[in-house]
Design a protein around this ligand. Structure first.
Ligand SMILES: Cc1cc2nc3c(=O)[nH]c(=O)nc-3n(C[C@H](O)[C@H](O)[C@H](O)COP(=O)(O)OP(=O)(O)OC[C@H]3O[C@@H](n4cnc5c(N)ncnc54)[C@H](O)[C@@H]3O)c2cc1C
Length: 468
């Protein structure tokens, strides 16, 4: 059994957090011969933050390999980033991220990560993104093992509640609260403690009471305690505090940690109604990979933040189902009863939808010509009549993936303060600084890229400063 480290010593590098960014920082710092302590808020069984729910990451690579079907160069990556962020990115840091991502797959494998053959499916990522064998959980387990081999000392159930500041410099952290609080001293501190999406009270500051009905797709431990501490200590805020990445997930998912299997990808193949049994948005606006990330927000704007995706038997097998079975009925009226919706209104919604469909050739792989005519809101593609029993429904709620508010950093991952000056002893990596690069929008697999690149930079720079 692991012996609790001696916390009375002064560590070269203290890493706060236990996800991908934290582990990348800790392993890199330990490889530079720095003494490293990692404090993870979660118990060991739940270590790994949101990173353990991930499946893939994207990185620059010159050619196909066993895990990627073709090249992905810096220019194409940059174009993709510009498109999703609509230019809201720090070009200097963004280009650094892309450059430093070149072949991180090799580094990951050297630290225990394993990849699998490319996957096909709704997201079409096999050329740009490498998929982790065993998912994020296996990757994180491998990283913890490697970190320990490199001498990183790890404490679980160690919630950092404050930073120790002396003459404007961070020199350690407070673990726990009240009588149980302990001080830990370090020459440098890397904060990699995620966003604040698990803090419902904080979400309510921007979303009001609606946030009570949000489901959090990842860990309950990312409550933003460290983000608040850093901002209170004068760190420069970056990112829109009202922004969060939210997708539509199965309403039966647990409040936290439902992970990837609760996401619902059937929206383009049917209609979505609110609790008044009425449609409210174009379900076929564009390809699903380009639209799935707006549906959490759209559902959040509906009464009681609940909606129902409705398909018929023809749609089965065309999308990845969620872990929960659909609610099934032989007729629309019976389905309305099971969903506790007004059956007359639901029947009318379906009838109006079916009647508005222009003839076309249904093709899920194309922006096909199957659209409605004269219907508000329209359905622009993949509109086919819902007429073949059984009728099936999935309840939807907003599933929050992460928030965008973070702290400013420079190219050495040093945290930048209000006066624009970097701090020599405080570094940030991962979700807590991703807003520097992702001002808005998202592209699949980029969260892990930012965490890996900046985790490594933070670990390297913190160790260099501590040992100099
Ligand atoms: C369901 C789901 C699927 C996703 N899939 C992908 C994907 O396939 N590819 C991708 O790139 N991104 C994906 N993401 C986003 C990705 O998870 C994040 O971008 C990434 O994990 C962020 O890494 P991180 O290390 O910054 O944060 P995390 O991995 O969340 O780690 C934060 C850590 O900080 C700890 N912590 C928090 N507060 C404290 C405190 N006060 N004291 C001590 N420790 C603390 C937490 O316990 C946690 O261990 C997904 C997210 C979710 C929720």
């Amino acid at each position: 059994m692991e012996v609790e480290p001696d916390l009375s010593q002064t560590f070269d590098v203290l890493v706060i957090g236990g996800g991908n960014a934290a582990l990348c920082a800790a392993m890199t710092a330990a490889s530079s011969k720095a003494s490293v302590l990692l404090l993870e808020c979660a118990p060991e069984a739940f270590r790994g933050g949101d990173s353990r729910h991930t499946r893939n990451l994207r990185y620059v690579h010159a050619r196909a390999n066993a895990f990627l079907t073709g090249p992905y160069d810096e220019d194409e990556f940059w174009d993709d980033l510009l498109r999703v962020t609509a230019g809201k990115t720090d070009e200097h840091l963004a280009r650094l991220t892309l450059r430093e991502s070149t072949d991180i797959g090799v580094w990951m494998e050297a630290h225990g990560g394993r990849f699998q053959a490319p996957l096909r499916g709704t997201l079409n990522l096999s050329r740009t993104n490498a998929f982790f064998l065993g998912g994020g959980k296996a990757l994180l387990n491998a990283y913890y093992h490697t970190a320990q081999q490199l001498g990183v000392r790890i404490v679980y159930r160690a919630e950092v509640t404050d930073l120790i500041m002396r003459d404007g410099r961070c020199c350690g952290a407070l673990v726990g609260s009240g009588d149980a609080a302990r001080q830990v001293h370090a020459r440098t501190v890397v904060v990699a403690a995620g966003g604040f999406q698990a803090n419902i009270a904080w979400l309510k500051e921007y979303w009001g009471a609606a946030a009570d009905n949000f489901l959090i797709r990842g860990t309950p431990y990312n409550t933003g305690t460290l983000l608040r501490v850093l901002l209170d200590n004068g760190a420069q805020p970056v990112g829109d505090p009202r922004q969060c990445h939210a997708v539509a997930i199965d309403a039966r998912a647990p409040k936290f940690d439902g992970g990837i299997v609760t996401r619902l990808d059937c929206v383009p193949f049917g209609i979505v109604v609110n609790k008044q049994a009425k449609r409210f948005y174009d379900e076929g606006e564009d390809f699903w990979p380009k639209r799935y990330a707006i549906w959490g927000r759209i559902v959040a704007q509906q009464p009681d933040q609940i909606a129902y995706a409705i398909i018929d038997a023809k749609a089965l097998g065309k999308f990845m189902p969620s872990v929960f079975p659909p609610i099934e009925a032989a007729s629309v009226a019976e389905l309305a009863g099971k969903l506790e919706l007004d059956s007359a209104v639901l029947e009318q919604t379906l009838a109006a939808f079916n009647a508005a469909i222009r003839p076309g050739r249904f093709d899920p792989a194309e922006l096909d010509g199957c659209a409605t005519h004269g219907l508000d809101p329209p359905k622009s593609h993949w509109a086919v009549p819902l007429d073949t029993p059984p009728f099936l429904a999935y309840p939807l709620r907003p599933g929050i993936t992460f928030t965008y508010l973070g702290v400013g950093v420079n190219e050495r991952a040093q945290i930048v303060m209000h006066d624009g000056k970097p701090t020599p002893t405080m570094y940030a990596a991962g979700e807590i600084m991703a807003g520097n690069i992702l001002g808005q929008g998202y592209m699949a697999g980029f969260g892990m890229t930012i965490g890996t690149v900046f985790g490594r930079i933070a670990g390297r720079e913190a160790a260099r400063h501590a040992l100099s």
